[in-house]
Design a protein around this ligand. Structure first.
Ligand SMILES: C[S@@+](CC[C@H](N)C(=O)[O-])C[C@H]1O[C@@H](n2cnc3c(N)ncnc32)[C@H](O)[C@@H]1O
Ligand code: SF4
Ligand code: SF4
Length: 335
């Protein structure tokens, strides 16, 4: 929570410098009303729009929730060009969004990403990029320093410790940077190793994420609510390092579905370069299911309404994709 408060406060200050358009604020107000009293059919567009710049990646993590969509045979088909981006900018989804995220695959594989980041500076939007940092070096890193997003997430893996350090050191004074890492039930001591690493490079902001079992793979890696060892480590870390770091702790997964708190069916979509919609960060863009931002009223189609119905109106159970997602019991973004 301390991390989110810190980041949202700094992001809010950045919006004071370049305030959002009135339509963004109106759209946000409508979303806020729907949070209080959710509806199946919405009269606004998502406050968060995340665009995949590519489905290709220089890594091939076996847990990756991009799943079978990662590293497709025809990568150029999915690469966000500046022309694709210009078309997306014409849609109400772009115009109304308060937060605009760039994601992948590895976002920096897309050759036009810097043109896009430079252009995004013109709008009063909170921009975010999550990257494994490995391609950001030399001239590429220098260029990135001139057009950083409002918030930069650096994902830490065993392969990229030096890359994360290099990019953190280059960008920390220019924007809000956090390090994100997946904590697994099978290796809870990683929490201490990550803290040691962050201390060494001087990063205070850390987001620890739970493991999502893509296609049901790796269930033993998921941290559940009755994991006493996790609770004990968290307590110990808060006592010893509470002042030193701003940590956003993972949400343990419920053993039985008691609470459904995810706001994504009201607040979020991600899209590919052609505007095909994925309903949340665990659901790949697919126009046949979730529609396309260029279709009339796509966000209120059957699949998107079903998701809202499952989340906010059905008392028992949940959509099967949501069952082991940490966002189900506790919305990660909270805004
Ligand atoms: C899909 S990646 C895309 C951006 C970039 N390639 C990276 O790794 O930062 C975005 C984030 O999702 C996280 N992620 C991927 N698969 C996951 C899973 N099964 N469970 C939890 N987090 C996952 C990654 O660690 C990363 O922080
Ligand atoms: S670096 Fe990111 S996109 Fe690439 S495989 Fe790993 S988690 Fe997936
Ligand atoms: S709970 Fe997870 S899988 Fe379900 S809608 Fe929310 S983010 Fe998506």
């Amino acid at each position: 929570m301390k991390l989110l408060l810190n980041i949202y406060f700094r992001a809010f200050l950045s919006l004071l410098k370049r305030p959002p358009n009135l339509r963004v604020l109106t759209n946000y107000a409508k979303y806020y009303l729907a949070r209080i009293k959710p509806k199946l059919k919405l009269n606004f567009t998502p406050t968060n729009l995340v665009i995949y710049t590519t489905k290709s990646c220089n890594l091939n993590c076996d847990f990756c929730f991009i799943g079978d969509d990662l590293n497709p045979e025809n990568p150029k088909r999915y690469e966000l060009t500046f022309d694709d981006y210009k078309k997306i900018k014409e849609s109400n989804f772009f115009k109304n969004a308060l937060r605009l995220g760039l994601l992948g695959g590895e976002p920096f594989i897309a050759k036009d990403i810097f043109l896009i980041l430079e252009d995004l500076k013109k709008y009063g939007k909170i921009t975010t990029v999550v990257t494994n940092a490995m391609l950001l070096k030399g001239e590429t890193l220098e260029r990135f320093k001139k057009c950083p997003p409002t918030i930069l997430g650096l994902s830490l893996y065993p392969e990229n410790k030096e890359d994360v350090q290099r990019v953190f050191e280059a960008l920390d004074s220019k924007t809000i940077v956090w390090i994100q890492t997946i904590i697994e039930a099978t290796d809870l001591n990683k929490i201490y190793r990550v803290l040691e690493y962050c201390k060494m490079i001087g990063c205070k902001n850390i987001r620890m994420g739970n493991y999502y079992p893509t296609y049901g793979k790796g269930m033993d890696h998921v941290i559940f609510e009755d994991n006493e060892d996790y609770r004990a480590i968290r307590k110990d870390v808060e006592k010893k390092f509470g002042r030193e770091f701003n940590i956003d702790w993972l949400a343990p997964v419920q053993r039985k579905v008691k609470k459904k708190a995810c706001l994504q069916p009201l607040s979020y979509i991600h899209i590919d370069n052609r505007g095909e919609i994925g309903a949340c960060f665990m659901r790949s863009p697919n126009a046949d299911i979730y529609g396309n931002i260029f279709d009339q009223n796509a966000w209120n189609n059957k699949a998107n309404q079903d998701l809202r119905n499952n989340m906010y109106f059905k008392r028992e159970g949940c959509d099967p994709w949501c069952r082991f997602c940490e966002n189900l019991g506790e919305d990660l973004y909270k805004v």
